[in-house]
Design a protein around this ligand. Structure first.
Ligand code: NAP
Ligand code: ZN
Ligand code: ZN
Length: 350
């Protein structure tokens, strides 16, 4: 059985988001039903609505930075109780049996992961709809516990922007005294700055927006470099052990490789829609590395939430009503985000 649920979605590529009604399943034995309090807006939502990657199935209801409270659960769901503060990120199901799932890398499930929106359920027939809605039903295995000390609105972006930046910084050993650059000060970038600074790194922001300099310092960066200023990068050549690139649009990666020290690593998390050209000999002369990183699995996402609870790391948010979402999308495309839009879902319930 399913039930009708109010949501916001796009009916075609680049169409404005508007009210839609979706079907949510009744909770199965291992499901929990969550009343959504807040949902962050990730640039991946914008890419999907604009069909930048050419993969979107319409109508699409985005949203994968969900925080809410458990309102009901199936007979065998035992990890959470009604009233618990919980989160749902990008992953809502997977096969649970393949080596990647067993290792906690569900996003790489060999049978095909189910993402929280624009994805097929494990039945390979039913489309998923994301968090721009009043409630969601998810198997408890894929539901995250949000530390009670975190503000729910400011915690919502941790479900994607938080884990996507925590995972590569953590895996590539970000530690006190490291020289780390963060490229792009948007939703992911500002979490990258906060997390790298919380790990003790000396953080430099590389940004196309000179107006973000003061904010970069407040977020924990020691240095801010405006990349639009000619020759601004010259003094930084060979400086960084880690560079975290969060840029959503195509740009020149060779300029970033030049900033890596020998054996340094360029961590790519941004997903520009078009390929780019690399001068690979710049990597060879210096044993430099480029790696990609895709969100993080369920165990690592819980680890990140616990870390953020302990170190009091949350997102800087601008809370909006769902009715203002199209304006928020326009502002994100102009790099005007401080530093994550989060929808107060009460605006969809009245
Ligand atoms: P966002 O909030 O819109 O921030 C992106 C930032 O990139 C902008 O604020 C801007 O920062 C910079 N930028 C934009 N256009 C640029 C250009 N032409 N040249 C140089 N810099 C530019 O986006 P987000 O939500 O952080 O997402 C960033 C990217 O990561 C998106 O492509 C998204 O799809 C991807 N993503 C990947 C994963 C993953 O698992 N790997 C997860 C989530 C999102 P400045 O103003 O400081 O220059
Ligand atoms: Zn995202
Ligand atoms: Zn699997």
């Amino acid at each position: 059985m399913t039930r009708k649920t109010p949501a916001y979605g796009a009916r075609a590529a680049k169409a404005p988001l508007a009210p839609v009604t979706i079907e949510r399943r009744d909770p199965r034995p291992s499901d929990v039903e969550i009343d959504i309090l807040y949902c962050g807006i990730c640039h991946s939502d914008v890419h999907k609505v604009n069909d930048d990657w050419g993969t979107t199935h319409f109508p699409v209801v985005p949203g994968h930075e969900i925080v809410g409270r458990v309102i009901s659960r199936g007979a065998s769901a035992s990890r959470f109780r009604e009233g618990d503060l919980v989160g749902v990120g990008c992953i809502v199901d997977s096969c649970r049996a393949c080596p990647e799932c067993i290792a906690g890398h569900e996003m790489f499930c060999e049978k095909g992961v189910t993402f929280s929106f624009d994805s097929l359920e494990q039945d390979r027939k039913t489309w998923t709809y994301g968090g721009y809605s009043t409630n969601i039903v998810v198997d408890e295995h894929y539901v995250l516990r949000v530390p009670n000390e975190l503000d729910p609105a400011r915690a919502a972006p941790l479900m994607c922007a938080g884990i996507t930046t925590y995972s590569p910084l953590h895996q590539f050993g970000c530690k006190p005294g490291d020289q780390v650059a963060v490229v792009g000060l948007g939703g992911l970038g500002h979490m990258g700055v906060k997390l790298a600074a919380s790990m003790g790194a000396d953080v430099t922001v590389l940004s196309t927006s000179p107006g973000k300099e003061k904010d970069a310092a407040r977020l924990g960066a020691k240095r801010f470099v405006s990349t639009r200023t000619p020759d601004s990068l010259q003094a930084l050549a060979g400086k960084f052990g880690l560079i975290l690139d969060t840029v959503s649009a195509v740009h020149d990666l060779n300029k970033e490789i030049a900033l890596l020290r020998n054996f340094g690593t360029l961590l790519l998390v941004g997903l520009p829609p078009v390929p780019t050209t690399l001068n690979t000999s710049m990597l060879t002369f210096g044993d430099k590395r480029i790696v990609g990183s895709n969100i993080g699995g369920i165990p690592e996402t819980q680890e990140m939430l616990n870390y953020c609870g302990k170190h009091d790391v949350t997102s800087d948010v601008e809370v909006i009503k769902i009715q203002d979402i199209n304006e928020a999308y326009k502002r994100m495309l102009k790099n005007d985000v401080k530093y994550r839009f989060v929808i107060n879902m009460a605006s969809l319930k009245t």
